[in-house]
Design a protein around this ligand. Structure first.
Ligand code: ATP
Ligand code: MG
Length: 350
């Protein structure tokens, strides 16, 4: 298979069309309903409670984390906890400073402005945003050329909630203007089990604890993936069984979709398998490895490797890619060192 991209995979973290359609229904609506991320939840709870007590608008909030971890969900929760209306836009939608000026000047007092993918905003818009965030003011430029004049416009106090998957790409002056930054991590397995149970309840699917654990373990620490796997398991349980999800049903369903017990899919396993079986665990260059798997370099590097690295199955070294001992174990193979030891042991035994 060629041209595989992350959003076409069952275990891809980026939202696909089906996710877009169902996610609204599965989103927790309050901080209390939001599962996991205990540190972030506690911090945000304090920020919002304090603002409410002061009857003030909350500080600007930056949400940073990988796709599917709950940034959009939290942005909506901020608005609902503050009982404030929310305006939703995104970096790519704001190409000109004028686009931003139009939005800012129509905000109501206390409104939450959710700016998704904030790292993709244009530079002029970014500079306008600095002033809006700090002084609740924008300069609207009237006219062109030497005759152009800046007319200052007062804005009502508002809360900017920015979301980004790439906090490192934000210019420091922008980052510094947020009063609070929430760093979202991948979820623990136990938290993902709760996500599965909660979503199963909303979708009216019967899932037992072992079934939820089986789905959670394959979800790569990401609630969006957990919800997506749950939908595929639900299909299987309905067509091939009585609709109830047990660990056996979940495992069989996800085997059909080639998502293994650790959340690796066909592509991930192909990369790992080539590295182990053809190159003895490496080191091998990315180009060679890609040819061996029949994929583009970019696909191997950007789609498969990040998760393999995160799972401690593969390491990128200056000499090339190498497999860790865990990779051998995961594919049910014996690492060379153990093989050598085994041989020595056999010689001793004789
Ligand atoms: N803590 C959570 N508890 C329960 N469900 C969650 C949680 N976080 C995320 N989800 C679920 O995961 C789905 C994806 O979350 P969300 O859209 O908020 O992610 P995101 O971080 O905005 O992703 P992206 O970077 O792609 O915009 C939502 O439908 C939501 O139901
Ligand atoms: Mg989002």
């Amino acid at each position: 298979m060629h041209g595989e991209s992350d959003d076409s995979r069952l275990v891809g973290a980026v939202a696909d069309r089906e996710d877009d359609a169902v996610e609204a229904a599965l989103r927790p609506k309050s901080l209390a309903e939001f599962i996991g991320q205990h540190r972030v939840r506690e911090q945000l709870d304090l920020v919002l409670k304090a603002a409410r007590q002061r009857e003030a608008t909350a500080d600007h909030i930056l949400l940073s984390g990988a796709p599917g971890l709950g940034k959009t969900t939290l942005a909506m929760i901020v608005a609902s906890e503050m009982a404030a209306p929310i305006r939703i836009t995104s970096g790519p939608a704001i190409q000109h400073a004028g686009d931003l000026a139009a939005i800012l000047s129509s905000l109501q007092e206390g409104e939450v402005l959710f700016l998704d993918e904030i790292h993709r905003m244009s530079r002029p818009a970014e500079e306008m945003l600095y002033m809006a965030m700090e002084d609740f003011r924008v300069d609207v430029i009237v006219g062109k050329g030497p005759g152009a004049t800046a007319i200052p416009l007062e804005l009502p106090p508002f809360t900017l909630v920015g979301a980004t998957t790439r906090a490192g790409l934000l210019p420091p002056p922008l980052r510094d203007r947020f009063g609070f930054t929430a760093h979202m991590d991948f979820y623990e397995s136990g938290d993902l089990e709760q996500v599965v149970h909660r979503s199963a309840g909303l979708l009216d699917v019967a899932v037992d604890p072992a079934g939820a654990a089986e789905i959670a373990g394959r979800s790569r620490g990401t609630p969006r993936i957990a919800n997506r796997l749950l939908r595929r398991v639900r299909d299987y349980a309905q067509v091939r069984a009585d609709g109830a999800v047990t660990s056996d049903i979940a495992a069989k369903a996800l085997d059909v979709y080639e998502v293994d017990a650790r959340g690796l899919d066909r592509l991930d396993r192909a990369v790992l398998s080539a590295l182990l079986k053809l190159f003895g665990g490496g080191p091998v260059g990315l180009g060679t490895l890609s040819v061996a798997v029949g994929e583009e370099r970019e696909t191997v590097e950007e789609v498969a490797e990040p998760f393999l690295v995160r799972e401690g199955l593969l390491a990128r070294t200056p000499r090339g890619r190498i497999a860790t001992p865990a990779a051998w174990t995961h594919l049910g193979l014996v690492p060379p060192q153990a093989q050598a030891n085994g041989v020595q042991q056999a010689m001793f035994d004789e």
